[in-house]
Design a protein. Structure first.
Length: 251
């Protein structure tokens, strides 16, 4: 039985003060939601503030990116150990915005996933096809290739703890969400691939959907047996909106 995971990806939004206001407005409802695990992923600068406010609650802290090395001369980068030290439990890896704008290749994503597990974090591995790839009939092959590379260094036990977020690139921030049925179908393709490679451990892997999830369409995704939660961008910035999505995922 997989417990759905709903994660807020705030991207480059919210100062510490704004993050604290969100937490004070939403935490009581987020912490009391049953049958769902909740993660907040603020920007690096607000991690400590949010972590302190979440401490003692069931809501977990996550980061949006990580470097693959443990330490060194990597100006501007942050290691997985540093994130663990701040109290992070999760880290988003390979988000399409990072793949598109910041050079996150499949190879780098593989190393980041490994670094996350090595530091005791659980990676949320993002995969998804572009509109061109979808139109060319390459959705399954692209998504499977990203999952294959991202999990190449993992044991079956780690794959059981891994979170995968299927986020079609054309659906992110566009208001053009996939249909629940299509999200469920592609998530099923991902699980079948993981099963073939890692065996029964893949039955425990949580596979989220992300891309224009809102309080209005959340139930359509979360009602799919192969959709184990959501990675929410824009709609996670508003406490009421995010709480409604979390409730839709809960028992
Ligand atoms: P969106 O972003 O919900 O704003 O489409 C999702 C994401 O990028 O994780």
């Amino acid at each position: 039985m997989r417990i759905p995971l709903v994660a807020a990806n705030w991207k480059m939004h919210k100062t510490r003060g704004e993050a604290a206001s969100f937490v004070s407005a939403a935490l009581p409802q987020l912490a009391s939601a049953q049958g769902v695990e909740v993660v907040l992923c603020p920007p690096y600068t607000a991690l400590e503030t949010v972590g302190r406010l979440l401490s003692g609650s069931r809501v977990r802290l996550g980061a949006q990116n990580v470097h693959w090395e443990r330490q060194g001369a990597y100006t501007g980068e942050v290691s997985a150990g540093m994130l663990a030290d701040l109290g992070c439990a999760y880290v988003i890896v390979g988000h399409s915005e990072r793949r598109r704008m910041f050079g996150d290749t499949d190879e780098r994503v593989r190393r980041k996933v490994r670094a996350a597990f090595d530091a005791g974090l659980v990676p949320i591995l993002c995969v998804g096809e572009t509109l061109e790839e979808r139109q060319a009939g390459q959705t399954e092959s692209r998504v499977t290739a990203q999952v294959a590379e991202g999990t190449a260094d993992l044991t079956a036990e780690e794959v059981g703890r891994l979170v995968v977020a299927y986020e079609p690139v054309w659906a992110i921030g566009t208001g053009q969400a996939a249909s629940g049925e299509e999200a469920g179908r592609v998530n099923g393709v991902i699980r079948e691939f993981l099963r073939q490679r890692f065996g029964a451990a893949a039955d425990a892997t949580r596979i989220q959907y992300g891309g224009s999830v809102t309080s209005r369409n959340a139930a359509e995704f979360l009602g799919q047996p192969e959709v184990d939660g959501a990675l929410v961008g824009g709609a996670s910035l508003d406490p009421e909106e995010f709480v409604t999505i979390v409730r839709a995922a809960g028992a």
